[in-house]
Design a protein around this ligand. Structure first.
Ligand SMILES: Nc1ncnc2c1ncn2[C@@H]1O[C@H](COP(=O)(O)OP(=O)(O)OP(=O)(O)O)[C@@H](O)[C@H]1O
Ligand SMILES: [Mg+2]
Length: 235
């Protein structure tokens, strides 16, 4: 059964960056497994973070749906590779061509392909997308930043999708090294599972955002090293 790890940021906090790097690091650490990452968002940007120029995505398969060509190998047409297999999302306009019935069949193909699948989930997706994915999720990694807005948005999502709360783990992104141990102490007092904290690393981010070199591929990046540590808990 596919291990589905959703990565979501109730408020922009680094979900796409972290999902992309966790997936690559996971594939390295578990070479015998087939790992993938898919973005489900109406404002897709994963292609940019992965350094792809081609923007093939899920929506390109709509015309094959319910034809005799429909099947597992069709995914080869849209999968791209950057340390791990990547499936991109259509833009808001492209989502207009995607309905629930197509998505359910597409989702079945995708989950069959992988042993481990990271899903960069946009909290603002139509609820039917969440409904289709929600029950398959094994772990839901919530990316938060230090600040009340991020935490209250997290609580809202937990209320909206109560079945996710028992699968939820938290990563606090952009935490200063001096604050990291204090954050861990505070969280151990709450009943919220803290998967880890990640440091600010503007330089590494710059290389990923503008050159498409994922952070974990930058061997000296402190963010890359911190992400690799978190992988131990997700293998
Ligand atoms: N650890 C970090 N150090 C420095 N900058 C960071 C870090 N994490 C994220 N950022 C910055 O935050 C930006 C947003 O990250 P990202 O796109 O992954 O967030 P998101 O939660 O997916 O946002 P969206 O709501 O658009 O989906 C990045 O482009 C990067 O500049
Ligand atoms: Mg994102």
């Amino acid at each position: 059964m596919t291990k589905i790890i959703a990565v979501t940021a109730p408020r922009t906090a680094g979900a796409t960056i972290i999902a992309s790097n966790l997936a690559i690091a996971h594939q390295w650490r578990a070479p015998q497994k087939k790992v993938g990452v898919i973005q489900l968002s109406q404002i897709p940007d994963l292609y940019h973070y992965m350094g792809f120029t081609h923007k093939r995505h899920m929506g390109d398969l709509v015309s094959f749906w319910k034809t005799k060509e429909w099947g597992a190998s069709l995914l080869d047409q849209i999968v791209q590779v950057q340390g791990v297999e990547v499936i991109l999302s259509p833009t808001l306009r492209g989502w207009g061509a995607i309905d629930q019935a197509f998505f359910i069949d597409f989702w079945a193909l995708v989950t069959k392909r992988y042993d481990v699948l990271y899903v960069d989930m946009d909290p603002k997706l139509p609820s039917w997308v969440w409904t289709a994915v929600e029950e398959c999720i094994k772990i839901c990694v919530n990316i938060l930043s230090m600040g009340p807005a991020s935490f209250s948005a997290y609580e809202q999502i937990q209320n909206q999708y109560p079945s996710l709360s028992e699968k939820s783990q938290i990563i606090i992104n952009q935490v200063d090294k001096r604050e990291a141990s204090e954050v861990r102490v505070q969280f151990s007092r709450l009943e919220v599972p803290l998967l880890g904290t990640l440091p600010v690393d503007t330089k590494a981010l710059w290389h990923q955002v503008y050159e498409g070199i994922p952070v974990v591929m930058q061997r000296r990046s402190k963010l890359g090293k911190a992400i690799e540590k978190i992988i131990d808990h997700l293998l």
